[in-house]
Design a protein around this ligand. Structure first.
Ligand code: SAM
Ligand code: SF4
Length: 325
C-alpha cells in the first residue's frame, strides 16, 4: 500500500492525539480565565476508538504518536491508552506534551506502559510569574514533574517555553544557561495569535531576536538530533543540553510538516491553523471498519493546505486546548 502523503508530496508519519480538552491550568496564551466550553463526556473518543484510529494510521505509515490535550494527564487511566498504543505494529515512538503538574505521580507507570519521552511546557522559573501566566499553577509541581520524568527515563525531557514580550522574555538567557548547567533541552516557541483575543494582545517575540539574546552568552553550534519536526536545534560548545527554536510566524515551518492531528472529540485536523476537519467519531460509532478509517485518514491528508495563513492574520475558531497543540 502506498504510504501516506499529502497533495504536496510531504510524507506524513506523525499523528498528534489529543486525549482531552480539559486542563488543570488556564495559561493566558491558550485559553480565557473562565476556561473554554468543554465537549461532553460522550463526545470524547474512548480509548478503544483512539486505538482503532492509531492502528489504521500505523497501517498507512504513521510511526510516531504524541499524546496531548488539554492536559493529557487529567484523563483517567492514561497509562491504559499508552499500553494499547505501544503494542501497535509499526509505531516506534510514543511521546507526550504535558504541563508536568501530574508527572511526579505518573512518570514511572507511563514509562513502564511504553511512553518514551515527554515535552514539558514551562514559561517561567519565577514562582509568582509562573502563577500569573498559568493563572493557577504552582511552579514546584512542574519542577518535581521534570525530575520525575528524568528519573523515569522519559528522555530526552524537553522544556517548551513560549516567549512573550513584556511577560517572560527577560528569562530567555536563564533558560538557555540551564542547557549548560543542568543539561536541560529547551525549545523557545513563538507566541501564536491563535484566536481574536491573541491577535489583539500580541506578545510575539521573533525567534531571530530570541537567538540574538542567547548568542550574547556564547556562540551557538548547529545540532542535528534527527527525527524531523519544526524545531531547529543548536547547542553551546560543550553543553550537554540543546536549544531549539520553533518559529511558526516568522519562518514558516510548513515545508517540513509531517503530521495530522486527532482532536479529543474525534475530528482529524490536517493543519493546526486551519478549521477544516474530517469527522471520525460519527463513522466510528456507526461501525466503520479499519479500511473505512484509512480512507478518511487519506482524505484528511489530501486536504492538508500547503502552508498556514497565520501571518496574514487568519485565526482559528477553536482554542489550542480544544485542538491539541
Ligand atoms: N497541556 C499541555 C501543555 O501545556 O504542554 C499540552 C497541550 S498545550 C495546548 C501544547 C503546547 O501548546 C504547549 O507547549 C503550549 O505552550 C503551546 N501553546 C498553547 N497556546 C499557544 C500559543 N498561543 N502560542 C504558542 N504556543 C502555545
Ligand atoms: Fe492547559 Fe497546556 Fe493550554 Fe496551559 S497550554 S492551558 S497547560 S492546555
Amino acid at each position: 500500500m502506498t504510504k501516506l502523503a499529502d497533495s504536496f508530496q510531504r510524507p506524513l508519519n506523525y499523528l498528534r492525539i489529543s486525549v482531552t480538552d480539559r486542563c488543570n491550568l488556564r495559561c493566558i496564551y491558550c485559553m480565557p480565565a473562565e476556561g473554554i466550553s468543554l465537549a461532553s463526556h460522550e463526545d470524547i473518543l474512548r480509548y478503544e476508538e483512539i486505538h482503532l484510529v492509531a492502528q489504521a494510521a500505523a497501517e498507512l505509515g504513521i510511526t510516531k504518536l504524541r499524546l496531548t490535550g488539554g492536559e493529557p494527564l487529567v484523563r483517567a487511566r492514561l497509562t491504559d491508552l499508552v499500553s494499547l498504543l505501544a503494542k501497535i505494529p509499526g509505531i516506534d515512538d510514543i511521546s507526550m506534551t504535558t504541563n508536568g503538574l501530574l508527572l511526579e505521580r505518573h512518570a514511572m507507570e507511563l514509562k513502564k506502559a511504553g511512553l518514551q519521552r515527554v515535552n514539558i511546557s514551562l514559561d517561567s522559573l519565577r514562582k509568582e510569574r509562573f502563577r500569573k501566566i498559568t493563572r493557577v499553577g504552582k511552579l514546584g509541581d512542574v519542577l518535581r514533574g521534570i525530575e520525575a520524568a528524568k528519573e523515569a527515563g522519559l528522555n530526552p525531557v524537553k522544556i517548551n517555553m513560549v516567549v512573550m514580550r513584556g511577560i517572560n522574555d527577560d528569562e530567555v538567557k536563564h533558560f538557555a544557561l540551564l542547557t549548560i548547567r543542568d543539561g536541560w533541552n529547551v525549545r523557545f516557541i513563538e507566541f501564536m495569535p491563535f484566536t481574536e483575543g491573541g491577535k489583539k494582545n500580541n506578545h510575539l517575540v521573533p525567534v531571530a531576536e530570541v537567538m540574538q539574546q542567547i548568542e550574547t552568552l556564547g556562540k551557538l553550534e548547529p545540532h542535528i538530533p534527527g527525527g524531523g519536526g519544526p524545531a531547529r536545534y543548536y547547542r553551546f560548545h560543550g553543553a550537554t543540553g540543546t536549544i531549539g527554536f520553533i518559529s511558526p510566524l516568522t519562518d514558516c515551518f510548513c515545508k517540513e510538516c509531517n503530521r495530522l492531528r486527532l482532536t479529543a472529540d474525534g475530528k482529524l485536523r490536517p493543519c493546526l491553523f486551519s478549521d477544516e476537519e474530517i469527522d471520525l467519531r460519527g463513522p466510528l460509532r456507526q461501525g466503520a471498519t479499519a479500511e473505512d478509517i484509512k480512507l478518511l485518514i487519506r482524505q484528511a491528508a489530501s486536504c492538508k493546505p500547503e502552508r498556514h495563513k497565520l501571518a496574514a492574520g487568519v485565526t482559528c475558531e477553536r482554542f489550542m486546548a480544544q485542538i491539541g497543540g
